[in-house]
Design a protein around this ligand. Structure first.
Ligand SMILES: Nc1ncnc2c1ncn2[C@@H]1O[C@H](COP(=O)(O)OP(=O)(O)OP(=O)(O)O)[C@@H](O)[C@H]1O
Length: 441
């Protein structure tokens, strides 16, 4: 091994040809992002703020790693932000604001900040946010439901209707609370809706502690530099996230909360480019970049479809043509775009005649010598029925009408979260946060 100190890595994301480390194939954060400005290198057993002993990795995101930690009294989730993110970040301002307006823990289906501190490490000073520990996300939990184990071929992995409806209502309550207080979530999707836990504070640490077991793939093999030198910025190993699945409650009366305020903003101060996932972007955002407080409502409409059918409404892979792909799909599922929006679609002539008749669905246009591609145009209602969701015709009709009402091209006509909540379909189910009785219709 070379003994001279390695140079400090650049404080920007590494390009492929500037890699420092041997590849790690486990599903973890990108090891190259352990650099000045990036993640803090945590090792299981570390104590942060002289108080929190880290015992398990719960998750990771583009801007943070999230850990289960224990102090003298209870377990907490520590979200350790990359050091590039400053204390003045909007996420923190919004979380502090929410703590002031809704100081009672866990009442509003919104993640609640319990504390915050700074931690200095080799990659800089990291803001650390303290939250109540939660279970898996709505995306993950569905895979773990007992009815899908063992998994048989052809099984439709989706929530039973009563669960989907409850998740939708609770997350809508979260959105309604934010919107009533002038805050947009900005990144509403099933991965940011988390199940709460049954009481974990009485669970012994041994049952929660992550094993350092390379064979069992709970941690990676040692992180190794390509040049053989000792690295000062990365941890000794990466941990695979282990959400607290066995402790999460998915039985009647379960509760979910909206987490990750990393994309949230005050209505009065919208970002230039919100972080909304591709398939959940409203048409005006794609075409004009307009940011308004109904973007969450649009995303909610898409998630509504997805949770009831088990299929995304707009499945848009990342590509150079992703916007065209999305807009073609929008026009097929929800009908022709209004002129006001259509005129902003610079490449529309690759697909539409001057009379706005669709003649080709081949992304990027018809290649020389090729025929245009004509594909069947499936409406949202047809896609819904084809997915065969578990609800009778009358209720299916109601749900499709609700989704139509939400997914309106004109942002001014979209209902607010509170208006959606007052629809009888949502009123007929009781999901009061602290009530143990839940009437599932
Ligand atoms: N309180 C919590 N309890 C348990 N797990 C959590 C908690 N908060 C976050 N997580 C887990 O950590 C992951 C990353 O958290 P989060 O989405 O807040 O981070 P981020 O860096 O802002 O991510 P993104 O890339 O989505 O912007 C989540 O997907 C979730 O699985």
């Amino acid at each position: 091994m070379s003994t001279s100190s390695p140079p400090t890595p650049p404080s920007k994301a590494s390009m492929d040809d500037e890699r420092r480390f041997k590849t790690i194939t486990l599903p973890c954060e990108w090891v190259e992002d352990y650099r000045p400005g990036g993640y803090h290198p945590v090792v299981l057993g570390d104590v942060l703020n002289s108080q929190y002993k880290v015992i398990r990795k719960l998750g990771e995101g583009s801007y943070s790693t999230v850990w289960l930690a224990r102090d003298q009294i209870r377990y907490v989730a520590l979200k350790i932000l990359v050091s590039e993110i400053l204390a003045s970040t909007t996420e923190l301002r919004i979380l502090r604001h929410i703590s002031q307006i809704a100081p009672v823990e866990g009442t509003r289906h919104i993640t609640q900040l319990l504390g915050e501190f700074e931690h200095r490490g080799p990659n800089g000073v990291h803001k650390c946010l303290v939250f109540e520990p939660m279970g898996p996300s709505v995306n993950t939990m569905v895979e773990e439901l007992p009815q899908f184990r063992p998994r048989r071929r052809g099984m439709k992995v989706r929530y039973p209707l009563w669960m989907a409806k409850s998740i939708l209502k609770q997350s809508l309550q979260g959105l309604a609370f934010l919107h009533e207080n002038g805050i947009a979530h900005g990144d509403f999707h099933p991965g940011n809706i988390l199940f709460t836990l049954n009481d974990v504070d009485s669970t012994p640490e041994d049952l929660l502690r992550q094993e350092k077991d390379i064979q069992a793939r709970s941690i990676s093999p040692p992180v190794q530099r390509l040049d053989g030198k000792q690295d000062e910025w990365a941890p000794l190993y990466l941990c695979v996230a282990q959400p607290l699945l066995p402790f999460a409650c998915s039985a009647e009366g379960f509760k979910v909360i909206l987490s990750d305020m990393g994309g949230a903003y005050f209505f009065t101060d919208p970002p230039k480019k919100p972080v909304t996932p591709l398939g959940l972007r409203a048409p005006e955002l794609i075409l004009t970049g307009a940011v308004n407080n109904t973007l969450d409502v649009w995303s909610f409409g898409c998630v509504f479809f997805e949770l009831i059918t088990g299929q995304p409404l707009f499945c848009i892979p990342y590509s150079e043509m992703e916007d065209d792909d999305h807009l073609l799909s929008l026009a097929a599922q929800l009908g022709a775009l209004p002129d006001e929006l259509f005129k902003h679609w610079g490449t529309s002539s690759l697909y539409f005649t001057p009379e706005r008749k669709l003649f080709n669905s081949q992304l990027g246009g018809v290649a020389p010598g090729e025929e245009p591609l004509i594909v069947e145009q499936t409406s949202m209602e047809e896609s819904f029925d084809r997915a065969g969701p578990n609800l009778d015709e009358k209720e299916a009709h109601k749900v499709k009408a609700l989704i139509r009402w939400i997914l309106q091209y004109d942002p001014a006509k979209r209902p607010s979260p509170a208006e959606i909540l007052s629809d009888p379909w949502f009123c007929e189910i009781d999901v009061e946060s602290d009530s143990s009785k839940v009437n599932i219709v």
